[in-house]
Design a protein around this ligand. Sequence first.
Ligand SMILES: C[S@@+](CC[C@H](N)C(=O)[O-])C[C@H]1O[C@@H](n2cnc3c(N)ncnc32)[C@H](O)[C@@H]1O
Length: 208
Amino acid sequence: MNSSISFWNRSAARYAQRPIADQNAYLRKIALTQKYLNPEMDVLEFGCGTGSTALIHAPRVRSYLATDASPRMIDIARKRKTEKSADNLRFVVATLDDMQHRQQAFDAILGLNILHLLRDPEQAIYQAFSMLKPGGVFVSNTACLQDTRPYLRPVALLARMLRMAPYVKFLSRQQLEHQLVRAGFQIQYRWVPETSRDVYFLIAQKPK
Ligand SMILES: C[S@@+](CC[C@H](N)C(=O)[O-])C[C@H]1O[C@@H](n2cnc3c(N)ncnc32)[C@H](O)[C@@H]1O
């Protein structure tokens, strides 16, 4: 298991207890996403963590597959699911690499607070593109620290070496948009919340 996944396994219980940092921005992202969802859709979320967002969106769609590389995160998500009725929602331990047999299988893919944690976010974007049906949407929320706090790079490196933080890639918003466009996406919506300028919320569409 790589060191970042060990980090997320160790952090899962604490992560589940943590309050949402910016509740208004979170609710707005939920509402913006739901404009693109409907009851006929099959949805994939990767890096779903403890499943809070999956539990909110699942009742709006036909099927919702929520995946995460950390077994501990998925254990907590499954426990949460038993407290709600969500028959169309499945939580599975998997990475995007594991899902590559599902080509053109999904109407929407969500990658929330995950792309900047991957060594190769561009590859993940290409993978998401190939797993979407034509016209499908990719919803992402990504820390773009290269724009807001590039000076934190050595701190992030040190924290990772001390096993206090996972791997973090310092992306810029422009870089992220270029990667999406290179993969073939058209950007439909972009938003930097005023209250948390580190993150970039994007909705991108695969052409029909
Ligand atoms: C910051 S948390 C975000 C969780 C959730 N999406 C949210 O917004 O609350 C990042 C999640 O990504 C997962 N993760 C990290 N690397 C991953 C990978 N390569 N594939 C899938 N999940 C991964 C971690 O286990 C963790 O649950």
